[in-house]
Design a binder for this molecule. Structure first.
Ligand code: UT7
Length: 339
């Protein structure tokens, strides 16, 4: 039974976290064999050394279930009454993947839905979980970011194939009634649909149904990398500044910057723009690449052993849509399984 109380929570806090990456490793050297690229180019332009990839028969739901199970264990397996899955690569265009993930996790008939905000999906989902908990509509929410971009990437396209990797990360968000407790303290979310062409899979939706798709390139993920780079830096920096103001934190108060793991050079530019020392900027992309909606919870899970209770963490992301945002989080006292 869910704990009932007549008081509204003061804060939504992080109760547990887990991450999961598939077993198959694709190194830069593996890519050198089949693409006109080099380990030197990939490392110097992106910081990525390797990424993970689902094997045949493995899908986004499999990644989400594994990460969700670990987050639930980390939280002590509380009752869950809402599941939000941020993903751009659902198992099927219809229906959503979240209900299947919830049922496989044994969560019964809880409401469960997918959220589409590409690489910003986790922060958008976290904001919804925060609002659901603070309003009293939900008690404990499982938020998952999971993507298998290998299912939409053209393996022959060196512009994208070297960057993206598959994975999932999940958190459990619940209420705190303690006036002193810190958890999720501020959100800043934005979108600009006039930039929808920056990051796109053109076919397979209502505008270009698969039956009408004439070119192979329509069916694959495409990104205007250079434009996305500068927009991502500006958007993550400005939304981070606003989230810091809302939280009444100064840049010097931030213990860790956990930005969407798109590119090491983007991480460097964002930490410089925010005046946050680069040692405080968490780096996970070197080992898993850009895992889209999974990137932030995976980076948090990967670095959890470095975080101390009370550490102030700034999260920020930019993704297709365009969508972007930032959130501030105070790290709790939780146990986290290794990836
Ligand atoms: O997750 C959502 C948000 N996504 C992002 O934030 C991604 C943002 N963009 C980026 O990270 C970078 O723009 C990329 C990593 C995608 C590309 O790096 P870049 O420094 O912007 O490279 P570029 O596209 O300007 O290409 C520079 C050169 C070009 O050759 P020329 O025209 O100078 O002769 C490309 O053809 O590098 C070439 N190139 C490559 N060479 C070897 C592009 N991709 C590759 C490659 N290997 N994989």
């Amino acid at each position: 039974m869910l704990q009932q109380t007549k008081h509204k929570p003061t804060t939504a806090v992080l109760l547990g976290i887990g991450g999961y990456v598939p077993q198959t490793i694709i190194t830069n050297q593996d890519l050198e064999y089949r693409l006109d690229t080099s380990d030197e180019w990939i490392q110097s332009r992106t910081g990525i050394r390797m990424r993970r990839q689902v094997s045949d028969g493995e899908s986004t739901s499999d990644l989400a279930i594994q990460a969700g199970r670990r987050a639930l264990d980390s939280a002590g397996n509380p009752d869950i009454d809402l599941v939000i899955l941020a993903t751009t690569t659902p198992d099927h265009p219809c229906p959503a993947t979240a209900p299947y993930v919830a049922s496989k996790l044994g969560l019964g008939d809880v409401p469960a839905y997918d959220l589409a905000a590409v690489c910003s999906g986790f922060i958008f989902a976290l904001a919804q979980a925060n609002a659901a908990v603070l309003s009293g509509q939900s008690h404990n929410v499982l938020v998952i970011g999971a993507d298998a971009f290998s299912s939409i990437i053209n393996p022959e396209d060196r512009n994208t194939a070297v960057i993206f990797g598959d994975g999932a990360g999940a958190v459990v968000i619940g209420p705190s009634y303690d006036q002193q407790s810190d958890g999720l303290s501020a959100f800043e979310l934005r979108s600009d649909g006039s930039q929808k062409d920056l990051i796109m899979v053109a076919a397979g939706g209502a505008q270009i149904p698969l039956r009408d798709s004439t070119s192979d390139s329509d069916r694959f993920f495409a990104m205007k990398g250079k434009e996305v780079f500068s927009k991502a830096v500006n958007a993550m920096s400005s939304s981070s500044r606003t989230a810091l103001e809302k939280s009444k934190w100064k840049a010097k108060d931030v213990d860790w910057l956990v930005a969407h793991q798109a590119n090491q050079r983007i991480l460097n530019c964002v930490s410089t723009a925010l005046n946050i020392p680069s040692e405080k900027a968490v780096v996970h992309l070197d080992r898993v690449g850009n895992t889209s909606a999974a990137s932030i919870p995976l980076a948090l899970a990967d670095h959890a052993s470095s975080f101390k209770e009370g550490d102030r963490i700034l999260l920020t992301a930019f993704g297709g849509g365009a969508t972007w945002g930032a959130a501030t989080l105070t790290w709790p006292n939780i146990s986290v399984a290794e990836l």
